[in-house]
Every structure is written in structure tokens, then in C-alpha cells.
Design a protein around this ligand. Structure first.
Ligand SMILES: Cc1ncc(COP(=O)(O)O)c(C=O)c1O
Length: 466
């Protein structure tokens, strides 16, 4: 009878997949035997598999450069890493092996960039795209970097008053400061509001440029920025917003010949299910084809393209492993498996925006499966996980008396630490898990390195003032 967990997977998906395989009923992630890792480090455990970060950056570059060749696009492709998706030093070190540019979001990000420069990981020629609402400290930090010679730092105006603040803060620049403007996109129809609060509304952009930038010799307007919060999707909504933005680009280009770049932000998705089938090559090609088409019709040169992929870059490098510490049958239909941590604190997007990831058992694939609900250890009734991106239920092997069950959430490498307040106070004082880094040595063999121990009671009580 086909009632084992492995049968369920074989019947439901094409398996094994690039990053997942099973040997002797145990799961391997990028050829790493996860049971070995658990034996060495225990659970709960966060993992960062560094090689995936570089391979995703190279993939993005390949996708856009192939698309450029296919549609005979005249502009260049410029990859930027958006630091907010993971600020950790080991992530930036890996990212910067790939000849990339960077994107920042707030004042402290500039201190981070400075630190990267101090460590000789970047030069002053790198493009640094400064997004976000700019408070005085952010403006001051940007002005300091510009006067220090970071001549490709591009503040992107998010809010009209920022131009006045920059004008005051920047004195006698060696060369005109490159500027960007962010377009406030229209949100998807299901949103609670129509227009994004981020950026300047479409109808105001041309007059803003003419009134505030055109005649100011300190600045040169180089980049129009456009970001669709719900991501790059093959939907009428996305293509419509892109077309509107490219038309504004063309309007601007006619009065501002030095404008030469279009930044399409982040939003490439990651694989959040074993049935993911996003067509990255089709989407990259179609984006460039649409931009080229509009520009050709309007008699305007195609812009250089910038992207700021966050999730796409780091998401698939991460995994979060837990033990099932007990089960609770709360009524005839609802069987809870309790994890040894909390979803709210370790994977906060599961709770905040109902984000789903790939969830798989790490051992016991030869055991019978059953439908379960996964519960976290906090007292919050919302601390649970009970469906997948492709199915309204989750299934795991039945618990065995003599062998604990371990499970993994995969592709959890983006945003979870910053949203969860890494190193801070955690709900119900559930500690932040241990975090390890996995890399490959020159022979292609994997090695592990402990980045952080499990959070201690001392560190938490200290923050609380004890
Ligand atoms: C301006 C900007 N660029 C890039 C990103 C990264 O988006 P993603 O992680 O979906 O690629 C964000 C995310 O909020 C953003 O606001």
C-alpha cells in the first residue's frame, strides 16, 4: 500500500528536484545531509547556504543579458543587491563576490556601506541607489558619502521635500549629483488604498523635475524608479503599471536628455512550493521587449535597466529546522505537532503576511503520513502553520516512539531576521535559534560555521533592563 510519506511526495511532485533529494529516507538540501547537521548543531536551527546567493545573482545577470541579446535591447543591465532583505555581513561578503551594485533604505544602511568600504569590499565607483523616505540623518549620511567621492551614489527622491534637504546638505559637489525619482505606483485592486505612499505621483513628476531639478546645476536627473510591491508577475496589472511608467520615462527623456536609466526595483519571486513554475526567462524577456516597444514608438532610446532583487537573491539560501517535540489531538480532526520554537518569532512573515515556504520532513520519509497542524510555542493562537502554497493542508510522517521527527522550512533566507527583530525581545521570550553558515571549500566539499549561538536568557534580560 502506498501510504508512506515518500509515496505522497512521489505522487504529488516531480521529485527529486535541483536542491532536494532523499537518501535512505533522509532529506538532503543542496547535497547536504541535514540529519548530520542536526546531529552536530541540534534544533531549532537557521542555516544559510552561501553558494546559493552567488548562483542567484549570476542567474539574474544571465537572465537579463540573454533577454538583452534576444530582443536586441540597446541598454545595459545593472544588478543591485537590496540590503534590507538580509543585512548580515556574511551575506554581503558573498554578494560582493559578484561585481554588484547596492541599494539602501535608511540612514544606518549608509553606515553599513561605509563599513563595507573600510573592509575594502567595495570601491567608490559602485552604484548605490538610496531609496526610502529620507529623514535628516539619512540625507546627511548621503551628502557625506558624496563629498567623500562615492560619485555613483544615486539618491532617489521619494518625497518632494527631499530635493530641498539634499540641496541644503550638498555643497559644491565635484560633479553634478546623480538623482533618481521614484514613481508612486497604483496598487493592486484588492488593496485598501489606490496609490502607493512611496514615491511621487505620476502626474506630478514632470512638473517636479522642471521646477526643482532642471535648473539646479548641483544635480543631474539620471534614473526613474518603479517598484511594484506585489512583485513582478505576468498579470494585466503589472504590464499596465510598467507601460505607464515607461511612458513617463519617455515624457521625461524628451525634456531631460541626460536621463538614461530605469530601475524596476525588486519583486522576482522565489520557489515557495515544489510545484513552483515561474517563467523567469519569459518574464525578463517580456519586460525588456515591452520597454523597448514603448520607447521605439515614442522615439526614445531604451534606458539602462537596474533591478534590486532581495528575496530572489537571498531567499533560497536559507532554511529553518525544527524538531517536533510532541503531538496534541485537540478534537477528532485536528492533530497538532508542536515545534521547538515559534513561527511568529522565527518566520514572522508566516504570521504577518501569510507567507508560505517549502516545508518537508528531514527524516522518516518511510513512515506513514497524516494531516497535521503545526503549532509554535508562544501563547498566541496565531502561532501556527497549516497550509502550503499549493494545498490547503499539510502532511507529515506519523511520530515514532523511538525516533524524533525533524522538519525544515526552506527558502527562508530573506527578511525574517530583520522583521523578527533578531537579537531582541522575542514573544514569550522564546530565544532566537542558533544560526550556522554552510559554504563549499575549494574541493566542492561543504563546511559549516557557527555564526550565532542560541540567544541566551542573559542577553534578553539585559535588553529588558534586568
Ligand atoms: C525599493 C525596493 N526595492 C527592492 C525591494 C526588494 O524586493 P524583493 O525582496 O521582493 O525583491 C523592495 C522591497 O520592499 C523595495 O521596497
Amino acid at each position: 500500500m502506498k501510504n508512506k510519506y515518500i509515496d505522497l511526495i512521489d505522487q504529488s511532485f516531480e521529485y527529486p528536484q535541483d536542491e532536494f533529494k532523499t537518501i535512505d529516507n533522509e532529506l538532503y538540501f543542496h547535497d547536504i545531509p541535514l540529519m548530520e547537521i542536526i546531529k552536530q548543531y541540534g534544533t531549532p536551527l537557521k542555516i544559510t547556504y552561501l553558494p546559493k546567493i552567488s548562483s542567484q545573482i549570476q542567474r539574474a545577470k544571465r537572465l537579463f543579458n540573454v533577454a538583452i541579446a534576444k530582443v536586441d535591447y540597446k541598454g545595459t543591465y545593472n544588478y543591485c543587491y537590496c540590503t534590507k532583505s538580509s543585512h548580515f555581513s556574511f551575506v554581503l561578503e558573498e554578494v560582493l563576490k559578484n561585481d554588484v551594485n547596492l541599494e539602501t533604505s535608511s540612514a544606518f544602511d549608509i553606515n553599513l556601506i561605509q563599513e563595507l568600504y573600510n573592509q575594502e569590499l567595495i570601491t567608490k565607483d559602485i552604484f548605490i541607489i538610496c531609496n526610502g523616505f529620507k529623514r535628516p540623518q539619512y540625507i546627511e549620511n548621503i551628502a557625506m558619502m558624496l563629498s567623500d567621492g562615492f560619485h555613483n551614489m544615486i539618491p532617489v527622491i521619494d518625497n518632494k521635500n527631499e530635493i530641498n534637504l539634499l540641496d541644503e546638505a550638498i555643497q559644491n559637489p565635484a560633479e553634478p549629483v546623480k538623482l533618481g525619482i521614484r514613481i508612486a505606483s497604483e496598487e493592486e485592486p484588492k488593496f485598501d488604498f489606490y496609490t502607493s505612499r512611496l514615491g511621487i505621483r505620476y502626474n506630478d513628476i514632470v512638473s517636479f523635475y522642471e521646477d526643482k531639478i532642471k535648473d539646479n546645476s548641483k544635480f543631474t536627473f539620471k534614473m526613474l524608479h518603479f517598484f511594484i510591491n506585489t512583485g513582478i508577475k505576468d498579470s494585466a496589472y503589472y504590464w499596465n503599471e510598467l507601460a505607464k511608467c515607461v511612458n513617463v520615462y519617455c515624457d521625461l527623456k524628451k525634456i531631460c536628455p541626460e536621463l538614461d536609466s530605469l530601475n524596476i526595483g525588486g519583486g522576482f519571486p522565489i520557489k515557495n512550493s515544489l510545484v513552483s513554475n515561474y517563467e523567469y526567462d519569459y518574464m525578463s524577456e517580456e519586460i525588456l521587449a515591452q520597454i523597448k516597444n514603448i520607447c521605439t514608438n515614442r522615439g526614445v532610446d531604451e534606458p539602462n535597466i537596474f533591478t534590486e532583487f532581495g528575496s530572489f537573491t537571498v531567499g533560497e539560501s536559507g532554511a529553518t529546522l525544527y524538531s517536533i517535540i510532541d503531538q496534541k489531538q485537540q478534537n477528532d480532526r485536528e492533530l497538532w505537532y508542536m515545534i521547538d520554537s515559534s513561527f511568529i518569532t522565527t518566520l514572522p512573515d508566516s504570521w504577518g503576511i501569510n507567507q508560505r515556504w517549502i516545508m518537508l520532513p528531514i527524516n522518516n520519509w518511510d513512515k506513514e503520513y497524516q494531516r497535521v497542524f503545526l503549532g509554535g510555542l508562544t501563547c498566541d493562537s496565531q502561532d501556527y502553520y497549516n497550509n502550503e502554497a499549493h494545498a490547503n493542508a499539510i502532511f507529515l510522517p506519523k511520530l515514532q516512539k523511538d525516533e524524533p521527527l525533524y522538519i525544515g522550512f526552506f527558502h527562508t533566507g530573506a527578511y525574517q531576521e530583520s522583521i523578527g527583530g533578531y537579537g531582541g525581545i522575542q514573544h514569550c521570550l522564546i530565544p532566537a535559534p542558533k544560526h550556522i553558515i554552510i559554504g563549499l571549500d575549494e574541493n566542492g566539499d561543504y563546511y559549516t560555521k557557527l555564526f550565532a549561538k542560541e540567544q541566551s536568557h542573559k542577553s534578553m534580560l539585559k535588553i529588558l533592563g534586568y
